[in-house]
Design a protein around this ligand. Structure first.
Ligand SMILES: Cc1cc2nc3c(=O)[nH]c(=O)nc-3n(C[C@H](O)[C@H](O)[C@H](O)COP(=O)(O)OP(=O)(O)OC[C@H]3O[C@@H](n4cnc5c(N)ncnc54)[C@H](O)[C@@H]3O)c2cc1C
Length: 479
């Protein structure tokens, strides 16, 4: 193929940018992927620890088996086997009750029912209410109201008990959607629960990387792009997108060092506020498509990394109920570290607004208190080093009404495409949403180029019983 009309600049080497870049390079385009930071993966990446020179994740990331587009990307990068899918999700409450959700031989949506019935942190009334709500999520007709109603209000309507909300709905949904329940639309809440727990008996399996995120994405992407004559430029920042005199087409990008890179097409895969920054005012003001972007809200996440001097008994991933720390991950176990004489734990607090005014030392102290209560083997362990990582704009907020603000990937500018987990994908802010946005942007570009290609992976196939109950899908609609 000659070089005519093939040059694509992808701005941003997060999961969305990586996905678009790889898909377009595989489709024969000449791709240049530009990333500000030294590693690829964006918010799902790592940085080098100043003292040990090891890669430390910005924050622990997990995925689910139902995330088919992320799996497709990781498979293409040759690193899908670096995700360990756990068939059991463990929970621990403040009374020391340990429970697990796992599959069984029953078909979806009943596959986790036996483990749910044994869930020690909930009583029978809580469980009946939860089961009823799950069934309603599966069979209720799709409704525009679900986009404007918060899941919290829906839980009140369906008579969920306080304990069910505190010990079941909140731990699952706040961590999956990174928002408080009153700021999660039913649309997003239902999406997670239907795709993850109801439609397919494997969807709930929790995937945890066995390597640092920087290693998962950086070298494999560089190698895959180079195989198709693509280029990755890390530590390179785009200052602005260059438009023609009439603001009808993009011509290329200008880097902060003044260098100009011409392009036939641009895929911009930045967070919504950063896209806003690199667009000229004339574009921002002229198009409702871009104006809307300014109104997308964000939600924070706080993670803590802790290294202890001895082996601490902790499963690969444990959800903590009744305390500030929501999840603890045993990274020593997850990274399959040999000769264990120390332990590396990583904790996560989603929608962590309450921590924004605390000092890092205070957050550390509270985290250790939660861990000491949950993990008796931590007694006597000495903390060797620690890091508190705060992301004020970790994800977009899946608030009621947000779907109306998320733009499609084809922009009103002829040869400019927008990717990023916050664009219209139907998913909350996840790596899956980012991968979907990358494929959708690449699909839109290839249509415009006259060489259309289906790139988006199919959703997991629903089980037969789930499919039967799932009225929407039979009507061809998707919640
Ligand atoms: C703390 C935290 C925990 C999370 N946990 C999970 C989880 O467990 N599971 C999950 O699925 N999702 C999780 N997420 C969400 C997930 O990380 C994001 O939804 C996803 O990674 C977004 O990918 P993206 O490519 O759309 O954007 P980004 O990852 O933000 O990628 C944009 C890229 O553009 C680069 N960039 C910015 N400006 C410029 C510029 N001017 N020039 C060049 N490059 C630029 C950035 O450095 C970045 O690499 C978490 C997010 C955070 C922050």
């Amino acid at each position: 193929m000659n070089n005519l009309n093939r040059r694509v600049v992808v701005i941003g080497g997060g999961v969305a940018g990586i996905t678009a870049a790889i898909a377009l390079a595989d489709a024969g385009m000449l791709v240049e992927l530009i990333e500000k930071r030294p590693f690829l993966g964006g918010r799902a990446s790592s940085s080098l620890d100043k003292h040990t020179h090891e890669l430390v994740d910005e924050c622990q990331h997990g995925t689910m088996h139902c995330c088919t587009n992320l799996s497709q990307l990781l498979d293409r990068l040759g690193v899908l086997d670096k995700i360990d899918y756990h068939r059991t999700i463990e929970f621990l409450d403040s009374e020391g009750n340990r429970s697990a959700i796992h599959g069984s031989r029953l078909p979806a949506p009943l596959h986790t029912a036996p483990s749910f019935l044994r869930f020690k942190s909930l009583g029978i009334r809580d469980k009946i209410g939860i089961a009823r709500a799950m069934l309603l999520m599966l069979i209720s007709p799709s409704s525009a109201e679900f986009e404007s109603l918060s899941i919290d209000d829906w839980f009140k309507r369906t008579g969920q008990t306080e304990r069910a909300i505190k010990r079941f709905w909140r731990p699952i949904l706040v961590s999956a959607c990174n928002e408080e329940l009153h700021r999660i639309s039913c649309y997003h809440g239902f999406k997670i629960l239907r795709d993850g727990f109801l439609l397919n008996s494997e969807g709930y399996q929790f995937g945890v990387p066995s390597v640092p995120l920087g290693a998962l994405y950086t070298e494999p992407t560089i190698t895959a792009l180079q195989q198709n004559s693509g280029v990755v430029r890390t530590k390179t920042t785009v200052e602005s997108i260059q438009f023609d005199d009439e603001d009808r087409r993009v011509l290329g990008v200008i880097l902060v060092n003044g260098e100009q890179i011409p392009a036939d097409y641009i895929v911009c895969a930045l967070q919504s506020d950063l896209l806003w920054k690199i667009l000229p005012e004339s574009i921002r003001e002229s198009y409702a498509y871009f104006k809307m972007v300014e109104h997308i809200e964000f939600s924070p996440i706080c993670g803590v990394h802790l290294w202890f001097d001895r082996a601490v008994d902790c499963p690969p991933a444990l959800a903590l109920l009744d305390c500030q720390t929501e999840w603890v991950f045993n990274k020593t176990k997850n990274f399959k570290t040999a000769n264990v004489t120390s332990t590396y734990l990583s904790t996560v607090v989603s929608a962590s607004r309450m921590l924004s005014s605390r000092t890092k030392e205070e957050i550390l102290e509270e985290t250790i208190r939660d861990l000491q209560a949950a993990l008796p083997s931590m007694k006597g362990a000495t903390l060797l080093r620690w890091q508190v990582v705060r992301w004020p704009k970790a994800t977009f907020s899946p608030i009621p009404g947000v779907e109306g603000m998320r733009p499609v990937q084809k922009s009103p500018i002829k040869n400019l495409y927008i990717a990023g987990e916050w664009t219209q994908t139907g998913w909350p802010s996840t790596m899956e949403s980012a991968a979907r946005s990358g494929y959708l942007a690449a699909e839109a570009l290839l249509i415009d180029k006259g060489s259309p290609k289906k790139l988006l992976a199919a959703d997991s196939k629903p089980g037969r019983l789930a499919h039967l109950l799932d009225g929407h899908r039979r009507l061809g609609k998707h919640v």
